[in-house]
Structures are given as C-alpha cells and as structure tokens.
Design a protein around this ligand. Structure first.
Ligand code: HEC
Length: 128
C-alpha cells in the first residue's frame, strides 16, 4: 500500500461512517400542547419550560407573576432583575418549579436550563 493511503483510507472510512450515521438518525418527532408552543425559544428549553407553563402560561395560574412563553418574557425584568437572572436562581435553589411540578425536570434539564438563563436566554435551534 502506498504511504499516502495509510491515512487516506481511514479518513474515507470515517467520513462514510459519519454520513451513514447522519442519515440514519431520524428527525425527532415533537409533540406539543398549545401551552408549550412559543415560536422563538430554542427547542430544548422550550420543552423544559412546558413544565413552568403549567403556572407561567396564558392564562397565568396558581399565582405565577409573569408568563414564560416567549423570549421577550424571559429577557424582560421583574423586581429589578431580568426574569432570566431570577429564573436561574429560582432553579438553583429549587424554589422553582413549584409543587406539584417540582419533580418534572431531570437534574440534567434543570442544569442546562439554568445555564441558558445565566447566559441571558440566547437564541438557538427552534423546534420548527
Ligand atoms: C405550580 C406553579 C408554578 C410552576 C410550575 C412554576 N412556577 Fe415560578 N412561580 C410560581 C409562583 C406562585 C411564583 C411567585 C412566588 C413568590 O413570589 O413567592 C413564581 C415565581 C417565579 C419567579 C420569580 C422568583 C423571584 O425571584 O421572585 C421565577 C423566576 C419563576 N417563578 C420561574 C419559574 C420557572 C423557570 C419555572 C419552571 C422551571 C417555574 N417558575 C415553574 C408558580 C410556579
């Protein structure tokens, strides 16, 4: 085998393998209740926020003070801080989500949502 193909062949093999992988991964099918559709929030966080929208939805329920439906709600302010900052602390201290929805986020979802809030709720890939 010529010297060059020692690296060229594995490269080709891995590119082909990657391409095959990409093709086989099915598009995730997402199901939403109307309350969880926001339109401008990155898909992953939109799904986690569905838990919050049991109260922070439209209409507001159980005494929740603001909605968490769109990016504007999250980047807006509440009591002198951004909602995003307050939400990051509320998640860290486990003040939110309140019962009976307090077990509905996994630790991973909670951690990822918290860091998204800490970053100021940046744009990302949307669900549709
Ligand atoms: C069961 C209803 C309920 C759910 C579910 C819920 N909240 Fe709340 N949330 C409330 C209520 C009620 C308040 C007002 C509490 C207070 O001021 O004592 C509140 C207040 C807040 C506040 C303001 C806290 C502050 O600093 O004063 C934030 C931020 C918040 N919620 C974020 C969230 C997030 C994020 C989720 C989802 C992960 C969530 N909430 C889920 C009911 C809920």
């Amino acid at each position: 085998m010529p010297k060059a193909s020692r690296w060229f062949l594995p490269l080709v093999v891995s590119v082909v393998a990657l391409a095959a992988c990409a093709e086989e991964t099915p598009q995730e099918t997402l199901e939403f209740t109307p309350a969880s559709v926001s339109g401008d929030i990155p898909c992953e966080f939109d799904k986690s926020l569905a838990v919050c929208r049991n109260c922070h939805g439209s209409p507001l329920k159980s005494g929740a003070p603001f909605p968490l439906l769109r990016l504007g709600d999250i980047r807006g302010s509440y009591n002198g801080k951004t909602v995003a900052e307050r939400a990051a602390s509320a998640l860290t201290t486990r003040f939110m989500p309140q019962p009976p929805y307090d077990k509905e986020l996994t630790d991973d979802q909670r951690a990822r949502l918290t860091s998204w809030f800490q970053m100021g709720a940046p744009l990302g890939m949307r669900c549709n």
